[in-house]
Design a protein around this ligand. Structure first.
Ligand SMILES: Cc1ncc(C[n+]2csc(CCOP(=O)(O)OP(=O)(O)O)c2C)c(N)n1
Ligand SMILES: [Mg+2]
Length: 732
């Protein structure tokens, strides 16, 4: 009775099939009510209303394999209305992703895999982190653009390796937000035919009915963008939903929006169609009444009928088959695996001392980009209508337009916010490495997606030109003042402002190598001299986050000027693991786990903990890094015990790219291999080490017995060592 994913219209259901459909749908509703009720917070109403949409989509249209959420050929589904995440969690659990009923019971709890807004990277099957309304719509546009781009480059007749759809689900709030206008306008212009949006037209937001705020004719608006629009008058009409989705998939020359009229908290006698059903539990009594009204077989919370689960779980078999079929066609393309090409950074330009080569760093950046670009065809992007100023132009790359998605220069139009969200979607999709650019001052217009890129470790590259120095002719509206500081305040965003053309080369090298988060290059509009590297330190110190360009003549400066370009999270654990262990070690860190300030034993602040359900990041100002180092050195058991290499992170050289200074256990293999106190690890098996957390991750328990190449920096002289990682010592 399950429809194949071909999209054929369904035949009329038999009575038994219809009741099984209803049972499956009500399972989602019951789980949404129960999870929110148990957490005593959350958003039950939208998930309840959209249960039939999820059912038809997941059972009859979406191509996915619950056993492999990262299968490249899968359809992408972005829940832009992140508050309705119980809908997604229920679908993921029921279809058999690695998400259990216990996870559902942990909804919104500390450390759980089912946080209050869905997070990419935490919950298998969640394609994008959503919550700030509108962003997910932009992400979906980026994903659809990535798909169209790769399809045009890689598909050959009879060999369609890239042929998936991107779906998004948007609420009223999503469509009110400007970013969705920007992104959907571009999607229409580019005729992204494999993009299908579903709009939950429930006519309710938090403050009341939408007639107090929203009288757009959404259908006309999207039609004017060049979208195909379908309407489903009743969100419970499975046949209509199925037909609309099938029709949307048949329309290949433009994106589609399906406007589905729904009723928030459908089935609830007192809460249906009320704003209260948006963001609060229904209440024990109302949950009971609703279950009775829906004919639900049990009043026991989290009851999942066997029939319903079995039916939902057919997805596993179907998914395995779909992936197997696709894999036959898949011819391991390097770029789809995300590996960098060999020798990608050979032939980077060098710049001589002044006066001859004096040039704006934006000009140097354009040159570097075009040396790298032919070797890394995955680099794509452009600017928000400022390409000739930011020099983010891929020579001979062609312009992306409707029908020529395989080109490399994306003209985002004057849509910085949309550009930011689309860049995130491109990065989330994979197979492309997105670059976006505008003036530094307008980074303010795209701050929300920059923050999300940082939060989600997305390897997006921003080129922000016309930095503050020497600007002025355009007046105060164009003069960046606080933008640099504001960008540097974003945890996990690497911000590099090269001083000259040579540092710009290094900055690009860092940007390309940095694949666990976004990098912003801040570049000058006007010419700056090129530093004479014969006299001064080499520019490869840039990757350490800061370096001594010229020391005081006798080594004793008359005054110090702090010029730290970036301090990133010095360590970070992907759930559990290291941080917890460290918390045990130190009272200050234990306090950090409670949020707020981190204090050392004397009660002095040395950092600020930034915690969320997904990550626990400690942001430590450079000024106090020495103190953290002391604490770790004094306690340093975990580092040594964990690393098993005889290395201890006693001095954090920088939290930026590269760099952790090491000390050597006199008896450890590190010492035997010639590692010296104060050497700085810059790369591990050829990959730049990006902060201590990265090294610790690279040194996971699985690495015991393996041989690694350690690249070290010892003052100016580079050093390579081959080491075999020893057994992890007993914890001390
Ligand atoms: C950018 C942004 N602004 C505000 C919010 C807070 N917020 C969450 S949901 C919501 C509106 C709810 O209405 P709607 O989007 O129609 O969702 P529904 O209740 O219908 O599911 C708001 C204002 C947010 N998540 N993101
Ligand atoms: Mg609404």
């Amino acid at each position: 009775m399950t429809k194949p994913v071909s999209g054929a219209a369904p035949s009329p259901p038999t009575a038994r099939a219809a009741s099984l459909d209803q049972l499956c749908i009500n399972t989602v509703r019951a789980l949404a009510m129960d999870a929110v009720q148990r957490a005593d917070s959350g958003h039950p109403g939208t998930a309840m209303a959209l249960a039939p949409v999820a059912y038809v989509l997941w059972q009859r249209h979406l191509r996915y394999n619950p056993a492999n959420p990262d299968w490249f050929g899968r359809d992408r589904f972005v829940l832009s209305a992140g508050h309705a995440c119980m809908l997604l969690y229920a679908a993921l659990y029921l279809t058999g992703y690695d998400l259990s009923l216990d996870d559902i019971k942990q909804f919104r709890q500390w450390g759980s895999r089912t946080p209050g807004h869905s997070e990419h990277g935490l919950t298998p099957g969640v394609e994008a982190t959503t919550g700030p309304l509108g962003q997910g719509v932009g992400n979906a546009v980026g994903m659809a653009l990535a798909e169209a781009h790769l399809a045009q480059l890689f598909n050959r007749p009879g060999h369609s390796v890239v042929d998936h759809h991107t779906y998004f689900l948007a609420s009223d709030g999503d469509l009110m937000e400007g970013v969705s206008h920007e992104a959907c306008s571009l999607a229409g212009h580019l005729r992204l035919g494999r993009l299908i949006g579903i709009y939950d037209d429930n006519r309710i937001t938090i403050d009341g009915k939408t007639d107090i705020t929203f009288s757009d004719d959404t259908a006309k608006r999207f039609e004017s963008y060049g979208w195909h629009v379908e309407r489903v008058a009743d969100g419970n009409d499975l046949g209509a939903l199925d037909a609309a989705l099938a029709a949307a998939r048949r329309v290949a020359d433009r994106p589609s929006l399906i406007i589905v009229r729904t009723h928030i908290a459908f089935g609830s006698p007192h809460k249906q169609d009320t704003p209260e059903a948006h963001g609060a539990p229904l209440g024990e009594d109302e949950v009971k009444l609703t279950k009775q009204r829906l004919g639900w077989p049990s009043l026991e919370p989290f009851h999942v009928p066997d029939d319903a689960l079995a039916h939902w779980r057919l997805a596993r078999e179907r998914g395995a088959r779909l992936e197997a079929e696709w894999s036959k066609k898949y011819d391991a393309y390097r770029r789809l695996t995300g590996r960098l090409a060999e020798g990608w950074d050979e032939g980077l330009p060098t710049f001589g001392p002044p006066p001859g080569d004096a040039q704006a760093t934006r000009a140097a950046s354009g040159k570097v980009l075009n040396v790298i670009a032919p070797k890394l065809p995955e680099l794509v992007g452009g600017s928000a209508d400022l390409a000739s100023s930011t020099n983010v132009v891929f020579k001979n790359g062609g312009d992306v337009s409707a029908g020529t998605w395989g080109a490399r220069n994306v003209h985002f139009g004057v849509r910085e916010h949309g550009m930011g969200a689309i860049l995130n979607g491109l990065a989330l999709h994979g197979g492309v490495r997105p670059v976006g650019s505008t003036f530094l001052i307008f980074s303010d217009y795209m701050r929300p997606p920059i923050r999300l890129a940082a939060l989600c470790d997305l390897p997006v590259i921003y080129v922000f030109t016309h930095d503050s120095i020497g600007l002025g002719e355009d007046g105060p509206t164009h003069q960046p003042i606080e933008q640099l500081a504001a960008l540097r305040a974003v945890p996990n965003l690497v911000v590099i402002r090269p001083a000259d053309a040579t540092e710009t080369v290094e900055a690009w090298r860092m940007a390309i190598l940095s694949r666990a988060g976004p990098v912003a290059l801040v570049l000058t509009r006007q010419k700056v001299p090129v530093i004479d590297r014969a006299k001064y330190a080499p520019a490869n110190g840039v990757r350490l986050g800061g370096y001594v360009l010229a020391d005081a003549r006798d080594g004793k400066p008359a005054a110090s000027l702090g010029a730290v370009s970036f301090v990133g999270p010095p360590w970070r654990s992907l759930r559990g693991g290291l941080i917890d262990a460290r918390i045990e070690l130190d009272a200050g860190l234990r306090r950090a786990s409670e949020g707020g300030l981190a204090l050392d034993a004397e009660g002095r602040t040395f950092g600020m903990a930034v915690f969320g359900p997904r990550r626990r990041t400690l942001v430590i100002p450079m000024a106090t890094i020495g103190r953290v180092a002391e604490i770790l050195a004094a306690k340093g058991r975990i580092a040594r015990g964990y690393l098993g290499l005889g290395l201890q992170p006693v001095k954090l050289d920088s939290g930026g790219i590269g760099a952790m200074a090491i000390s050597v256990d006199a008896k450890g293999p590190g010492a035997a291999a010639g590692v010296r106190q104060g050497d700085v690890i810059v790369a591990w098996n050829g990959e730049a080490i990006r902060g201590v957390h990265h090294l610790l991750r690279a040194l996971g328990p699985d690495s015991v017995g393996s041989t690694v190449t350690l690249s070290l920096r010892r003052a100016a002289e580079p050093l390579e060592l081959k080491l075999t990682i020893g057994e992890r010592p007993e914890s001390q």
